[in-house]
Design a protein around this ligand. Structure first.
Ligand code: ADP
Ligand code: 5GP
Length: 201
């Protein structure tokens, strides 16, 4: 991070059960300079999830008020619930030169790409369909119907990988983190983000 420079917005998407939440938490523990945006959702908390840590849990009325007051950078309906990224947090961090990570679905990522074309879009995939199935089931929080919905959507969602800048296979959590860290470092070295280096010459 260079003084006076804006932070970089990193967006991580991928099929449900690919390990986005797990990888993001691991990444945050390894990268104290990276800021993870906490989304708002109308979904009910899973066991162990905390308001303000995993999500801001909202009623549908509260969520729609956030949309009406333009408080969301993007929002989408995913598997029957609403999810959205609070705008202020992201804009303030980027302005202060802090990198921000969003863990959001593909529809939301495409909205962000429109608003922040300079963002970096990373697609996280599981090593295989069999592994994806066991990860969704292993989480133990899905009903039969919600499992079918999430697993059934995965094949279609994987095709959207082509709309991203990078793909990371989440075979082992630490290896996936190392790959994402390499992307972060490379993006900080990209020519178009460093043109000011030429100015003193
Ligand atoms: P997502 O956020 O993409 O829906 P989660 O982070 O909830 O996925 O992970 C789904 C399940 O897979 C969780 O039980 C998690 O512990 C497990 N998991 C995530 N990454 C890995 C990995 N690399 N190897 C084995 N299990 C994993
Ligand atoms: P889950 O219910 O498993 O936590 O999340 C379901 C899906 O919603 C995941 O694909 C996750 O990436 C996505 N999601 C989480 N937060 C947001 C958000 O703020 N915006 C959008 N568009 N999707 C989100």
């Amino acid at each position: 991070m260079t003084e006076g420079k804006r932070g970089i917005l990193f967006v991580l998407s991928g099929p449900s059960g690919a390990g986005k939440g797990t990888v993001c938490q691991a990444l945050m523990a390894r990268q104290p300079d990276l800021s993870l945006s906490v989304s708002a959702t109308t979904r009910l908390p899973r066991e162990g999830e905390q308001h303000g840590v995993n999500y801001f849990f909202k009623s549908p009325e509260e969520f729609h008020a956030m949309i009406a007051y333009n408080q969301l950078l993007e929002w989408a309906e995913v598997y029957g619930n609403f999810y959205g990224t609070p705008r202020n947090f992201v804009e303030e961090k980027l302005e202060r030169g802090v990198d921000v990570l969003l863990e959001i679905d593909i529809q939301g990522a495409m909205q962000v790409r429109h608003t922040y074309p300079e963002g970096v879009f990373i697609f996280l995939i599981p090593p295989s369909a069999t592994e994806l199935k066991s990860r969704i089931l292993g989480r133990g929080s899905e009903t039969d119907e919600s499992f079918q919905r999430r697993f059934g959507a995965a094949r279609h969602e994987l095709q959207r990988m082509k709309e991203y800048n990078y793909v990371v296979v989440n075979d082992v959590v630490d290896s996936a983190c190392v790959r994402i860290e390499a992307i972060i470092r490379a993006e900080h070295c990209s020519v178009h983000r460093n043109l000011e280096l030429l100015s003193e010459w």
